[in-house]
Design a protein around this ligand. Sequence first.
Ligand code: HH2
Length: 282
Amino acid sequence: MIWEGRHHRWVFPRPALLMGVVNVTPDSFFDGGRHFDSASAIAHGEALAAEGAEILDVGGESTRPGARPVGEEEERRRVLPVIEALAQRRGVAVSVDTRKPGVARAALAAGAVIVNDVAANREDPALWQVVAEAGAAYVCMHMQGSPETMQSEPVYRDVVAEVHDFFAERLQRLAAAGVRSGQVALDVGIGFGKTVDHNSALLAALESFRSFQRPLVLGVSRKSFIGKLLGVEVQDRLPASVACAAWAVAHGVEVIRTHDVAATRQAVRLIEALRARPDAGC
Ligand code: HH2
């Protein structure tokens, strides 16, 4: 299986890709305000790359429940200098975490190769045009509702079946929009319009999503479902985040989006070493 965008190409099977989170925001749920100026965001991205991140996901707008929307100009102002600097670094691909076509276009011009879209093109359909024209790699994530509303009583008949149907429909539409399947990775969207039970059901069913034969991306790092399940505050959620990442890789996930690259990488590489044994059971 191949995932490609612009001059980057990842061929699977291969060790899982670590996607380090670089939030240039004042209000992200975990690291909001820590890297809000360009210089500290760039330094943070460099540090994550040194820890083993092969992708750096740069975002200028928080998508936490109830987050205040950011205008396009402000979002561009936040992310562009950071993307420009990190894109110069060899051995890492820069991803832009945005739902806005204008931000995606400018980010790609600044050197990004991946568009990470938590809205799966439902916020502004022009986004797929930008992805198609640039030949960018694309993360298509499932979310019920929007960040403003998503955690007010999400309801599913069968969350796993509905996310499957959603991916099937999006993949068809992406192809019709001129985005080749080799450009697309899929993400079940942990915490985006889902209860603890919905998130747990999706994590338990990760392997079923391999049927799409597209790379799977997963972002569980520090998320509130861990807090609700285990009663731990965001600063104490590293062990469970790492456990979840290891679980995901053991069940076929190819890309782990994380705030904590070094710890996650260590756990993931251990799982891969065990899985590579001829006597491994999974
Ligand atoms: N989660 C967040 C943001 N972007 N993208 C993908 N593909 N998958 C995810 O699970 C995902 C994502 C939320 O995390 P974070 O960026 O740390 O927080 P905030 O949205 O508050 O900035």
